[in-house]
Each structure stands twice: as structure tokens, then as C-alpha cells.
Design a protein around this ligand. Sequence first.
Ligand code: AMP
Ligand code: MG
Length: 421
Amino acid sequence: MSSQIPAKGGSADEQGPRSLSVDEARRRILGEITPITTAERVALRAALGRTLAETLVARCDVPSSTNSAMDGFALRGSDLPANGTTELELVGESLAGHPFHGEVASGRCVRIMTGAPIPTGADTVVMQEQAEDLAGRVRIGSGHKPGQNVRRAGEDVAAGDALFEPGRTLTPADLGLIASLGLAEVMVRRRPRVAFFSTGDELRTIGQPLGEGEIYDSNRYTLFGMLTRVGVDILDLGAIPDVPEQLEDALRRGSAEADVVITSGGVSVGEADYVKDLLARIGRMGFWKIAMKPGRPLTFGHIGECLFFGLPGNPVAVMVTFYQFVQPALLKLATGREEPPFLVEAEAMCRLRKRPGRTEFLRGTLTRGADGVLQVDLAGRQGSGVLRSMSLASCFILLPEEHGDLEPGEKVLVQPFEALI
Ligand code: AMP
Ligand code: MG
């Protein structure tokens, strides 16, 4: 084997002519994606996590009327004493849902509850705890400001405001805001449809007995989990043996029914690795080597209008490549948004071995040290088939292409799993 160290993306290395950097590969993939525009109208609850397809303009103010931020007494700011105390006549009450209908004249006040409309004439609320209730009269001291403890109509959202633009992924807070406008339904984009299958003669489906040299198909379960969390419609096409005709059938079926087809396995250079040849024949192949570990032999391309990701077979490599490439691609497909990976800095707690020339994704556990600094340790054995390391981990440790070994105490970038969904 040559002692040549592969240089940055696009150079020769020992297994083939071209390796793309992770960033370049992601850029190219995103460049190939046309966001879904088909829309449907759904009930508000069903819109959680969906992509908004319309501009939502507020048809009314939120709050709809000027109201109290406190339990207390509503009065005219001009009646507040500059010093000493003053007494006001208590003439009624305004409760949430039961406003006071008269006017609050000078020298008078109304008992008011949080959220209740400020009656005509009043413009200020004095907290209950800062007033003395004298049965029919209320004594108030100095130190208050006219207009205090009042929430203005439209303070949260003003009628006519563009609240959300198309492409927004609706959050729980968004559902609340939309509900506060009284809207029962919203237009959202169709969810991406993703078909996937595993490849390999050695694969057995859970529930069946294992023969010699056989393994259970675990990739379809991690893929199911990751895709479900991303929020796409899924079509599980099963485990397909390394038989070109069967693989072709599955590819054709998946690409006919879905926006994206994902496979695992069969993309390296072994004899039974048919996936990329099939893709080159029935679709278009983008590339298949990325300067990264794990996940080096990744295939990306098209079958007709359908996007194709041929992920490696190794269980950890499946998850790493999914999060680095497939998830950003699905986000763009669903929303039009391109978001850079969310990375934070942490201190390495142990030595990290790293070969220059490729980006490495180690599995780490993130903790906060006594001094408040984020620290990261390795989560178990790091082989690309050791899925347990993913299960134990709470983040990826991302070691950039140019880096060599890192010593304890050095700063590294980590990608928290929470930010990946
Ligand atoms: P391949 O890329 O097909 O050569 O697979 C690489 C490694 O990942 C082999 O050890 C396979 O047995 C393993 N592997 C492939 N597919 C799966 C799967 N669906 N579940 C678990 N392991 C798999
Ligand atoms: Mg295989």
C-alpha cells in the first residue's frame, strides 16, 4: 500500500480516483434538491412538525383587547399620588371573560384580574399586594407609573402582521400562536415520502432463526427511527438479498412510489456490491466516495425524479451518513431550508486518535464539568459496526479533515444528538 496521505477533496487515494470532503458532498447533495411545493390543508393539531405552505397573516390583534397583566385595581394614571397616598372609590370589577362595562372616572377604580380587559377610562393597574382594600375604597401609595401592568392589544401580534412565512416547521409555540388567532386549519406542504430497504444475503428479519454467518437486519430499524423522527412518510421495502434482479425491482418500486430511496449495504467494492452499478444503469450516479470515517462509500444519485442514497452497510456508518447527508437533504426537500450542522465546542477528556485527510465522526458523551465547560469523552468502542457506541453516545465528535491526533484538554467540535432530533 502506498504511503501517500490523501490530500483534501478531489485528490487520489488508495481506493479510487476521487474523494469528496464532507462539506462538499453535502453542498452537492443540497444543490440537487428541489423542495416539495404540493400543499394540503390540515387541522391545526395535525400541523405540528409540518412545513407551512402559506404566509400566515394575523387577522386580529393578540391580545385582542388591552388587558391587565396582574390581579389588582384598574385606575387612571393621572389619579396616582406623586407622594403620600390617595383613596379611590371601588365601583366594580373586571374578570377574564366578564369585562366591566362602565367607565372608570377620575377618583374611581375597578377590581381587575389578570387577563381581564382594562375598562374605558382606566389605563393603569396597581397590584393587589400594593393596595389596601378598605371595603368600598382602595388606598394606594406613591411609586407607581401611569400605564404600568397593562398589556396592550396587539402587543404579541398586531392585525396585519405576517406571522410566519412558507417553509417554517411548525413548533408547539407556533400552534399556540396560530390558535390565538382563531385559525382552525393551515396549509402545509406534503411530507416527503421515503422508501428504504436493506441489502445483503446475510440478513435475516427479526423473529426468524439465524443460520451460520447470518445476522439480523438492524439498519432498517435505525432508519425507521431516524426517518420517523424527521417526520417523513415511510415505505419499508424489507431486506433484499444480493441478487441484481431483486435489487432492481426494489429500486424501481421505491423510486416509483417515493421522493427518496435509501438503501444500506452493497456500496463498497466487494463482489456482491451491486447497488452503484444498478444506479448507474437505471438512474444517474452522483458519486460514491467521501473523505470521512465512518461512511466512506456513500452513493448519491437519482432514479428518474427520485433521489437515491446508497448508505454503507455498517450500522454506525448508516447513522453517521444519515445525519450528515440524508437529514439535511430531507430538511431541504420538506422546507426549502439549508441549515448548517449545529456544532458546539467541548474539551476532549481523552486522547483521540485521528488520521489526517478525512473527517472522522466519533461517538461521544457530552457532560458539563465543575467549571461549567462542556467536556466530551468517547462512548464505547468506536468500530463502524459497533452500534452500541451510538446507543451510549449523546453526540458526534467531529474531527476535521486536516486534524491528526488530539490530546486530552484540546478543544473539539461536537454535534449534540438533541440537535439532530
Ligand atoms: P456491506 O456494505 O454490504 O459490505 O456491509 C458492510 C457490513 O455491514 C457487513 O458486515 C454487513 O454484514 C453489515 N450490514 C449490512 N447491512 C446490514 C444491516 N441491514 N443490518 C446490520 N448489519 C448490516
Ligand atoms: Mg452487503
